[in-house]
Design a protein around this ligand. Structure first.
Ligand code: MN3
Length: 193
């Protein structure tokens, strides 16, 4: 089975003015597609891995006896595909507040504003490419952290709740080096809060 680019649940210009249409188009149709193409190409060599759930396959990579360079390709591009697929779904031009998450965040961080401050700070200070996450950890507690490249919380046994793409390709056209401004504006199109 080949992986395919998921359709966005909104148009490329739907997140304007916070994320511009050109950025969305390139990010989705070029960057995300590229990860999928690389992933499909390497998996063609291993038909025996085709039926495995992608998260599981990536978690299992250390135990597999396949070429090390191919493992890296699967890890990086598989993570890229998973993370982007999730990222698209939590954004929307229209809010759909997740009441349960809203309450959990208030309980853990004091207020949603305080949570946003902490999350924004971690996102702004992450060095290099990566993603900022809100997760449910193994003790069912909310945690904020950032991970490098295309790593994702499932590999730590955590459940992903919110994610923000910190790669420059996610904001550079509009914001250039102003990552903090991108993060600040992004809250407007995070549909859950
Ligand atoms: Mn990206």
């Amino acid at each position: 089975m080949k992986y395919e680019l998921p359709q966005l649940p909104y148009s490329y210009d739907a997140l304007e003015p916070y994320i511009d249409a050109k950025t969305m188009e390139i990010h989705h149709s070029k960057h995300h597609q590229f990860y999928i193409d690389k992933l499909n190409a390497v998996l063609e060599k291993y038909p025996e891995l085709a039926d495995k759930k992608l998260e599981e396959l990536i978690k299992d990579l250390p135990n597999l006896t396949i070429d090390e360079a191919d493992k890296k390709t699967i890890y990086n591009n598989g993570g890229g595909h998973l993370n982007h697929s999730f990222f698209w779904t939590i954004m929307s031009p229209k809010k759909q507040i997740d009441e349960i998450l809203f309450e959990e965040i208030k309980k853990t961080f004091g207020s949603v504003e305080e949570f946003k401050k902490e999350f924004s700070n971690i996102a702004a200070t992450h060095f290099g490419s990566g993603w900022a996450w809100l997760v449910n950890d193994e003790q069912n507690k909310l945690q904020i952290y950032s991970l490098p490249n295309h790593d994702f919380p499932y590999l730590k046994g955590h459940q992903q709740l919110i994610v923000l793409d910190l790669w420059e390709h996610a904001y550079y056209l509009k914001y250039q080096n102003r990552r903090a401004e991108y993060i600040e504006n992004w809250w407007n199109i995070l549909k859950l809060l």
